[in-house]
Design a protein around this ligand. Structure first.
Ligand code: AMP
Ligand code: ZN
Length: 118
């Protein structure tokens, strides 16, 4: 069982923010911003690429509710999902990083320079 499934099952502790029948939001254990929340479906789905559209439809208002609860809905936030090896995904259970609480920078994410598109 993956670590996020263990959190869902209560076999591993987490600092929960919000929960309903389908989704769970909890604090990231190694926060990369003043507010760093992990949002997951309770069902084990490996990554975004394998996610059925109806899950995205249902998780959207849940994420919006988490943002409101943390009073980030007006100030803004960043929502990230890392997908697979090159995306830097470490936990193989679909999750969204909700980051905020400060003005976030837009870092260079790779050493390789971008291919010229134009
Ligand atoms: P990713 O690299 O996109 O797969 O992100 C995995 C995230 O899960 C990282 O930001 C970790 O800090 C976080 N994480 C790993 N284990 C736990 C845990 N037990 N509780 C809360 N967050 C965790
Ligand atoms: Zn899982």
């Amino acid at each position: 069982m993956c670590i996020f499934c263990k959190i869902v099952q209560g076999e591993m502790p987490s600092n929960k923010i919000l929960e309903n029948d389908d989704f769970l939001a909890f604090h990231d254990i190694f926060p990369k911003a003043p507010i760093h929340i992990i949002i997951i479906p309770k069902e084990h789905i490996e990554n975004f690429q394998l996610t059925p559209p109806d899950v995205m439809q249902k998780i959207t208002p849940f994420i919006q509710e988490v943002a409101k609860l943390l009073e980030l809905d007006q100030s803004g936030y960043r929502l990230i999902t890392n997908n697979g090896k090159d995306g830097g995904q470490e936990v193989p259970h679909l999750h969204f990083h909700l980051l905020g609480g400060t003005k976030l920078s837009w870092p260079q994410l790779a050493q390789d320079s971008a291919k010229k598109a134009l």
